[in-house]
Design a protein around this ligand. Structure first.
Ligand code: F6P
Length: 466
């Protein structure tokens, strides 16, 4: 099998300086790549990602010698100060909000941009050094937009694909970016650029046209490849002894209570405040549901050094406590709020026990939580997925209940209906989505992308929709 170098900002583990150990990384990109099955995709994968130079060298070297999960890793060492500017100031404070339509959160930074260029250069150099001529290079996500162009400068014949895990916004937004030309000029040099959704591809195409004044002749090298999850893994998790233990424990407390579940990284794109306001409105509008329905909201810490994320955490916690104060009783806490990640077994138990999953993202590249929830449902008592129309998954999961999270009044009604949705309908809907995901998992996603990358596709839209 030939080798494919997966390249991303993150490796599957991150160094936790408080505990002085490596802990599993979170996020859609990492969970999709971790689930890839080499034999099914037809490539031997190795993973290149960044580690900062404040981590003990011996620890970093241990990553080189001991594969993490089943993949050999190649850490690329970047000075910590440079990394912070590249990651926090440019990637997360400029690109992330702009590409998610959050223009008020964009803080342009020249220092951030300089560091972004330097770190992309370090990553490109590492690829140029590591890659054999017959390797396939697959670069991931917005932190590494400049890598394709920099690699192609030195190794024009290397097969190189790029996948964007977040939305590509309307050209009306993208063209506000001061560095728009550098980014577009790099991406068009790829042999294939993939997006989750056809709308992202169309926006990209119009940005290329507006920024460069023309569409290059290789524009057929852009395609739609919605990501998926390791579906079998989530099916299997349902009956693991640890999962069953959690189910047993929670069932005792839950009794007849209905659960609306939320699982989101702490990020303004996830619409957490809107979701809390919606639940508050639900309790106000339907007093008969008080004491019978709880929101279980897991918030996974993320980008904790960015001030906007710290402010958001405070706002969320204030709102949770004001709703609990207003509608709670000694016997009833309306919102169970957890600010930490949970184990896979606990997550599977929560997925199985919740009557509704509420995804209220303001914008979300794909949203893999909705897919995980579907694969975790039981045949006997499946739940309902309330899914924001501003997620990439919305194009794939046509049996989910579509919501516009900004329309609180309408979402409240849909939430109520979802909680009382007939069992036969739930079985039909979850069943259809589960069948689809069983035949389209993360390995299928990678297989289709890499097939098109190496064989030079003629199709630009491979969107798979139920
Ligand atoms: O696709 C965007 C992504 O890379 C996802 O993996 C994840 O949702 C998020 O960003 C993680 O962000 P970070 O790596 O900054 O924690």
């Amino acid at each position: 099998m030939s080798r494919c170098l997966l390249v991303s900002n993150r490796l599957p583990v991150a160094f936790n300086s408080t505990l002085n150990i490596f802990t599993p990384s979170s996020g859609g990109l990492v969970s999709a790549i971790k689930g890839l099955d080499s034999s099914k995709v037809g490539f031997d994968f190795e993973w290149m990602g960044i580690m900062t130079d404040d981590v003990d060298v011996e620890k970093i070297n241990s990553l080189r010698t001991t594969p993490v999960g089943n993949l050999p890793s190649h850490p690329i060492i970047v000075p910590k100060k440079k990394y912070d500017l590249y990651y926090n100031e440019y990637s997360n404070n400029v690109l992330w909000p702009l590409l998610h339509y959050e223009r008020s959160m964009v803080h342009n930074s020249q220092d951030g941009w300089e560091a972004y260029k330097e770190v992309n250069q370090l990553v490109a150099d590492a690829i140029v050094q590591e890659a054999r001529d017959d390797d396939t290079i697959w670069v991931h996500d917005f932190q590494l937009f400049l890598v394709p162009g920099l690699v192609k400068d030195k190794r024009p014949n290397l097969k190189l694909g790029f996948f964007l895990h977040i939305p590509f916004p309307s050209s009306e937004i993208f063209r506000e970016l001061p560095q728009r030309k550098e980014i577009i000029s790099s991406l068009i040099r790829c042999d294939l650029v993939g997006f989750h959704d056809l709308s992202y591809l169309n926006h990209f195409r119009s940005s290329v046209q507006r920024v460069l004044g023309e569409i290059p002749s290789n524009d057929r090298m852009w395609g739609v490849y919605p990501i998926s999850i390791d579906s079998q893994h989530f099916l299997d998790l349902r009956n693991k002894p640890e999962t069953l233990e959690f189910i047993h424990k929670y069932k005792e407390n839950k009794k007849e209570m209905k659960w609306i579940l939320g699982v989101d990284r702490l990020d303004y794109i996830k619409g957490l405040l809107l979701k809390l306001q919606t639940f508050k409105e639900f309790l106000k509008r339907f007093p008969e549901e008080r004491g019978k329905v709880q929101l279980v909201q897991i918030v996974i810490p993320s980008r904790t050094e960015v001030p906007e994320y710290q402010d958001l955490k405070q706002q969320i916690e204030q709102l949770v406590s004001s709703i609990n104060g207003q509608y709670g009783t000694p016997a009833y806490t309306p919102i169970h709020y957890l600010y930490h990640s949970v184990s896979e077994a606990e997550l599977s138990a929560l997925y199985q026990l919740s009557e509704v999953l509420h995804i209220g993202s303001r914008r979300d590249g794909m949203n893999l939580v909705s897919l995980e929830y579907i694969m975790s449902q039981t045949e006997e008592e499946p739940g309902v997925v309330l899914l924001s129309e501003f997620t990439g998954a919305h194009s794939t999961l046509s049996y989910a209940v579509s919501i516009n999270p900004w329309n609180i009044k309408d979402t409240v009604i849909k939430l109520r209906e979802a909680l009382h949705h007939p069992l036969s309908k739930r079985k039909e809907e979850i069943g259809a989505m589960r069948d689809f995901l069983t035949h389209y998992n993360s390995s299928d996603w990678a297989k289709v992308f890499l097939r098109d990358l190496v064989r030079e596709p003629v199709v630009t839209d491979t969107t798979l929709t139920l």
